[in-house]
Design a protein around this ligand. Structure first.
Ligand code: ADP
Length: 248
């Protein structure tokens, strides 16, 4: 349930790397409960944008507001994560020798972190979060399987589950369907739509079939600025967008 306030507000962001401007006075509003797709040609600034939101890169100018209260510019990356922003990078980084369950438990916040041998002593909260997460990512029947034996898609879903163990409000996904089969891509779209019921999502992707399946609103970045915003059909028909993808 959302009040449909602003989840994330980026105000006049600029990022300079030496004399190169990766983000150019960019402002972006994302509402609570929204699933926003960010697309754009290589070098458009998509990764830099995600890096600024998570505090990995500091903006040269501008501010990042999360919910009502946090100006993220003043917080460390750990504090930003604790404030409720979770990010999944493109490459899965699950612990291959650990089971699905232990991967999830190790991803829980520090005070709740336990391994399987202590499972019987898990507090009810952690057990509930674990069960709910396994259901969300549809890996309940793989709970005791070593993560190394999962398919590429299952590893990606496990990593999304590891994010969910932190109970984030905002979930950032970097190219979540890269390298996936068509069936895995479809399952990931369904997972994103399930997550949207309780989370705000920002998804950077290139796969247009996937974007079409999940998104209401697409933001197109080019040269560090917003080139267009709208439905996928609207931005795909936009002349400036077509030109930016073809290259001037
Ligand atoms: P995208 O993710 O859309 O492909 P990026 O955000 O990765 O774009 O990059 C935007 C531009 O900023 C690129 O031209 C890239 O070379 C440049 N860039 C990114 N990170 C750095 C950095 N740490 N130092 C210098 N230039 C960078």
């Amino acid at each position: 349930d959302f009040s449909h306030g602003i989840a994330l507000y980026l105000e006049d962001l600029s990022v300079w790397f030496d004399s190169f401007r990766a983000l150019n006075n960019l402002s972006l509003y994302i509402e609570e409960g929204e699933l926003r797709c960010i697309i754009g040609p290589n070098g458009a600034g998509k990764t830099t944008l995600m890096d600024v939101i998570t505090g990995k890169t500091r903006p040269t100018e501008g501010s990042v507001f999360f919910g009502q209260t946090h100006n993220l510019a003043n917080l460390s990356t750990e504090e930003i994560a604790e404030a409720g922003i979770g990010r999944k990078f493109q490459k899965p980084t699950v612990f291959e020798n650990f089971t699905v369950m232990d991967n999830l438990l190790l991803a829980a916040p520090k005070d709740k972190r336990v391994v399987k041998s202590l499972f019987n002593k898990l507090n009810a909260d952690t057990r509930d979060t674990l069960d709910a997460t396994l259901q969300q990512i549809r890996l309940t029947d793989k709970i005791n399987k070593p993560a190394g034996l999962l398919s590429h898609g299952q590893k990606q879903w496990l990593e999304i589950g590891m994010l969910l163990m932190q109970s984030p409000k905002l979930i950032l996904l970097d190219e979540p369907v890269a390298g996936m089969t068509d069936a895995e891509t479809e399952h990931t779209a369904e997972l994103c739509l399930r997550l949207k019921k309780n989370h705000t999502l920002v998804v950077v992707e290139h796969d247009m079939t996937f974007i079409d399946a999940i998104s209401e609103k697409v933001t197109v970045l080019a040269q560090g600025a917003i080139l267009a915003e709208g439905t996928l059909a609207e931005v795909q028909a936009n002349e400036a967008v077509i030109e930016s993808y073809l290259g001037r």
